[in-house]
Design a protein around this ligand. Sequence first.
Ligand code: DX5
Ligand code: ZN
Length: 214
Amino acid sequence: MQKVLVSPSILSADFANLERDCNLIKNAGADYIHCDVMDGLFVPNISFGLPVVESISKIGLPLDVHLMIVHPQNYVQRFVEAGASIVTFHLEATEDVRGTIELIKQCGAKVGVSIRPNTPVELLLPYKGMFDLLLVMSVEPGFGGQSFLPHSLQKIATARQLFPDVIIEVDGGIGEQNAKQVVDAGANMLVAGSAVFKSSNVAKTIANLKNCAN
Ligand code: DX5
Ligand code: ZN
């Protein structure tokens, strides 16, 4: 039985009731809380930052922080201090990929590297063995509620083949209808925002995402 981790994205939560919504996914069996940090530069949207992440760390679920910001190395330490268990940055967002990876490690968090839909997985080969998680974006980063880009399936398969020992996380347009395809292609961690927070039965949705491979 393949173990699939589920990391609901709170971008689709009710920000006026963030504590309630975080507890909802915690009690529904989520493995992580996916925190989408956007700066309005790397992506055309602004979401939330350090104080929100720090507050959410009190919920008691590990935080999977997805930095969609330029110069991520300038913020790594503060996000780890705010409670991030995994810090994922974009390959396209920094000139200093190695330095950013080293910094995340030194700060004591797991290292995630992410690529946009049009960035080839092969560009990560020089960093093989240096990161714990590869986040394949299956929509253009910036907004929740978009449709899964079908060419992502091939990228997930390539990612699994080239990096057999890392967590392959997939983010964007994932729900109960396509989770099995994504996991069969090689993913073992699923981000879901709208599919979880728009569900009328969050526990059932999370359970279905976790068990989609069986
Ligand atoms: C998009 C974010 C995603 C987003 C996913 O830039 O990285 O995490 O919240 O939302 P859904 O699951 O609704 O596509
Ligand atoms: Zn994300």
